[in-house]
Design a binder for this molecule. Structure first.
Ligand SMILES: [Zn+2]
Length: 145
């Protein structure tokens, strides 16, 4: 029953995951990311961004070049991709299976995307894939025997 303690100790906190995703998004959108851009995108102060960046740099997830442009390390990239994939799977479950609306689905997926284990994600994906396969079949006329 001590599992809750693991969450705080996890390498990827909620805040970390969003900072990394913001840097990735800025690179995609404008080709570079500075602390000021991250602050604007996440709608937080420069001060909290620089505290977060200090920790991201010490974990080796982000580097900063001479001109103060931020880059994700390979590990940082991996984390962003993993979390985005989880978010897609969780949202698919919320929306397709539970019928949750868009906004609620996005907000709840955001809360758990960084906490799910690989194992649960994999099984959730298998469940969803199996479900859409079954639904594909059920669209065919059912013959009664
Ligand atoms: Zn989130």
């Amino acid at each position: 029953m001590d599992h809750w303690k693991d969450y705080d100790a996890a390498d990827v906190t909620h805040s970390v995951s969003h900072h990394l995703a913001a840097i990735a998004q800025l690179h995609q959108r404008q080709g570079y990311a500075r602390a000021v851009d991250v602050a604007r995108l996440l709608d937080i102060t420069r001060g909290s961004v620089s505290i977060a960046l200090k920790s991201l740099k010490s974990k080796g997830l982000v580097t900063e070049d001479r001109n103060r442009f931020l880059l994700l390390s390979d590990e940082g990239h991996e984390i962003v991709e993993r979390i985005q994939q989880r978010r897609r799977i969780v949202r698919r479950f919320f929306e397709d299976v539970l019928g949750v609306d868009d906004e609620q689905s996005e907000s709840d997926a955001c809360k758990i995307e960084h906490l799910l284990s690989d194992e649960v994600c994999r099984r959730l994906k298998e469940f969803l894939d199996g479900r859409s396969k079954r639904q594909g079949k059920s669209r065919r006329p059912v013959s009664r025997s």
